[in-house]
Design a protein around this ligand. Structure first.
Ligand code: TYD
Ligand code: MG
Length: 455
């Protein structure tokens, strides 16, 4: 048998490399490559081809499957992001920055599931049971039926879970788990991968739903949640800006439901409170009409969300003017600035540009293009746009406006929040438009001409 050679594994994305380097070629992260012993092929396993496996059963696509039964927690925002509740025997990863509130969220979810009749075990590898109990007291969950353990030895945890057979097991966090069959430190790529593999196969085999907490790490000291994303059924990320009061739980992968669904929570002294109407929250601290502020009617998953986009444009003293963005893609901002210059003759040369999505939301929808362009123009021209209007539309490089999906839902949400006009691309399916008066635009030059009286 060939002598096992050590491998170099990226702790961010899990790619393997033959030699060490400062930067992972697969994902582009710096300082994330660590040396690890390879996983052994397992004792007594013959090479493929030498020994035949057994034949597997095949079936067809026509057989009707009943949709998976779901267990709801009664925490509506959490259930929604899961795709309508927890699927039995599923594995879910909840990732997020350290300190963002993952343990708090999952303890609250655990208590909600327990209240709804599920048997829930919460295993913390990071805190002692006394600490978890203190948190539960602070959250007003002290008399919940959730069972606790503080343990990192996965073999013991699996034995316990097998004996207890809970409906839901929460493992906080996967990076603290440790499997004695793998010769690597907890948090290393091999440990995290092997532990996640054991837990997900356990979930399938025993019909237990498993939720894994994964810290996102920048430094590469411990493996990030990305190395287990492909193993689990559902991947949720808990995100939010520090200094902002609310947190967003976003599904980025879901084998049982729609991805890109969000749940919105507000941080309070007594834990996370659900926000049933996020648009009202995101727009709540809107000031008097101001140049550079535009309300974008967006969609997050299946749910319409209105959010204010703010731009500031000021003369620059730098040879290379600043382009600073919070909550949006900076590459996309450069694109919009280029389209404004090339198609509408409006230059931002010599001007610093700042763009901010109010409230700490991150937007990735191209439908925000027109709202961003409007905010930039409004800031540059120092003219405030109508207070009662919303904007949406995707901008192409030619300067044409592309219709976007879910126009009717966006407008209905706008109507619900008291907006009465909208600017949108020609050709969207507006339906009844929720009673909102829509001004349709075919391209950027026309938009600039009609709204700002310039071309
Ligand atoms: P925690 O849940 O421990 O974060 P994570 O598990 O992601 O590392 O929360 C971090 C801190 O924030 C903790 O001290 C509790 C506090 N916190 C609140 O006070 N209220 C809240 O609603 C949340 C979510 C957290
Ligand atoms: Mg934690």
């Amino acid at each position: 048998m060939a002598k096992p050679v050590t491998q170099f594994i990226c702790s961010a994305c899990g790619a393997t490399h033959k030699k060490w380097s400062g930067r992972c070629e697969a994902c582009g992260e710096w300082n994330c490559i660590a040396e690890e012993a390879p996983l052994s092929a397992g004792p007594g396993k013959a090479a493929l081809g030498a020994a035949k496996g057994k034949r597997i059963g095949l079936s067809d696509l026509r057989t009707q499957e009943t949709p998976p039964p779901r267990r709801t927690s009664g925490m509506a925002e959490f259930d929604r992001v899961l795709g309508g509740g927890l699927v039995p025997a599923s594995a879910t990863l909840v990732g997020g920055d350290p300190g963002i509130g993952k343990s708090t969220l999952l303890l609250q979810a655990a208590a909600s599931f327990a209240r709804a009749g599920a048997k829930v075990i919460y295993v913390s590898g990071e805190e002692a049971t006394a600490q978890v109990r203190m948190r539960a007291q602070r959250l007003g969950l002290a008399d919940s039926a959730v069972m606790l353990a503080a343990e990192t030895n996965l073999r013991d945890i699996l034995t316990t879970l097998e004996a207890e057979a809970p409906d839901l097991a929460i493992i906080d966090s996967i990076q603290t788990m440790w499997l004695d069959t793998v010769e690597a430190a907890p948090g290393s790529v091999s440990q995290v991968r092997a532990s996640a593999h054991e837990l997900t196969t356990f979930a399938k085999r025993r019909g237990v739903s498993v939720m894994l907490v994964g810290h996102v790490t920048k430094e590469g000291q411990i493996a990030g949640p990305r190395v287990v994303e492909h193993m689990v059924d559902t991947v949720l990320y808990f995100e939010g800006e520090r200094g902002h009061q609310f947190r967003i739980l976003r599904s980025v992968k879901n084998r049982f439901g729609p991805a890109d669904e969000i749940g919105v929570f507000e941080m309070t002294g007594a834990g996370l409170a659900e926000v049933a109407n996020p648009s009202a929250l995101f727009l709540s601290d809107r000031d008097a009409p101001a140049p550079g502020a535009v309300v974008f009617a967006g969609m997050e998953g299946t749910r319409p969300v209105l959010v204010e986009i703010q731009a500031l444009v000021a003369p620059s003293s730098l040879s290379q003017p600043r382009r600073a963005v919070v909550g949006w893609d900076s590459g996309r901002l450069s694109m919009i600035l280029a389209v404004l210059e090339a198609r509408a003759g409006i230059s931002f040369a010599g001007l610093d540009v700042y763009l901010n999505i109010a409230g700490g939301l991150r937007i990735s929808e191209p439908a925000a293009d027109l709202a961003v362009a409007a905010a930039l123009l409004s800031a540059r021209e120092d003219t405030a746009l109508a207070q009662d209007g919303v904007i949406f539309g995707e901008l192409s490089l030619s300067g044409a406006l592309r219709p976007v999906a879910q126009a009717e839902n966006r407008l209905k949400e706008a109507a619900k929040l008291g907006f009465s006009t909208a600017i949108a691309p020609t050709g969207c399916k507006f339906g009844t438009a929720g009673g909102v008066k829509v001004q349709e635009m075919a391209d950027l030059p026309r938009f600039v001409g009609e709204i700002f009286g310039a071309g």
